[in-house]
Design a protein around this ligand. Structure first.
Ligand SMILES: Cc1cc2nc3c(=O)[nH]c(=O)nc-3n(C[C@H](O)[C@H](O)[C@H](O)COP(=O)(O)O)c2cc1C
Length: 174
């Protein structure tokens, strides 16, 4: 069995589109009756992860070189984004740690030369500090600018990554 929970944050919808492509890939990479893939926005994410979840994915947009903060989310709102109650950063502080759980992070970023910083990297570190000992940084996916859209080819890459994650979990190497 392989139950996957994907917790995502998205203010302009790009990370949501990526998360949903990763979910498609996970579906594709599993056997047909092999558990469930649940995609939830961070506002609706549980603070106690259901016991039957074997893989947790956590994804969000990169703001100011890391995870979003109340101030950067406010800034996004002024640029036309949809309001969000909290971000991945706040959810990580609220969730009950599961040291043994496989956790992989991802993010969306603007592909600009010399612009470092990744919400996926920051989230993986924050999750480990919180007690998710197995949290690892996954992929960054590129958007064309602050509101998006996702760069051509990135949805395919997200789907392929989902297939690869499903394979790794099946083989017990994730
Ligand atoms: C306040 C703010 C700060 C940002 N800072 C960065 C940054 O440091 N690096 C980066 O690559 N993108 C940055 N971006 C662009 C976001 O990464 C982009 O809006 C996001 O990936 C879109 O995802 P979403 O549609 O899921 O919100 C920033 C965007 C906002 C609104």
């Amino acid at each position: 069995m392989m139950n996957v929970l994907i917790v995502h944050e998205s203010m302009f919808g790009n990370t949501r589109t990526i998360a949903s492509a990763v979910a498609d890939g996970l579906h594709q990479g599993r056997s047909p009756d092999d558990g469930a893939v649940r995609l939830v926005h961070v506002d609706d994410a549980p603070t106690v992860i259901p016991a039957d979840v074997d893989l947790l994915l956590v994804g969000g947009p990169t703001h100011a070189l890391g995870m979003t903060r109340p101030r950067t989310r406010q800034d996004a709102l002024t640029q036309g984004a949809t309001a969000a109650g909290q971000g991945v950063r706040e959810w990580i502080q609220a969730v009950t740690p599961r040291p043994e759980l496989r956790v992989v992070t991802f993010d969306t970023r603007v592909h600009v030369t010399m612009l470092p910083g990744s919400a996926a990297n920051a989230a993986a570190r924050a999750l480990r500090r919180r007690g998710f000992d197995r949290a690892q940084r996954g992929e960054s996916f590129w958007v064309q600018g602050t509101p998006g859209p996702v760069v051509a080819g990135e949805l395919d890459r997200a789907r392929d990554w989902g297939v690869e994650l499903a394979t790794r979990v099946r083989q017990g190497v994730a």
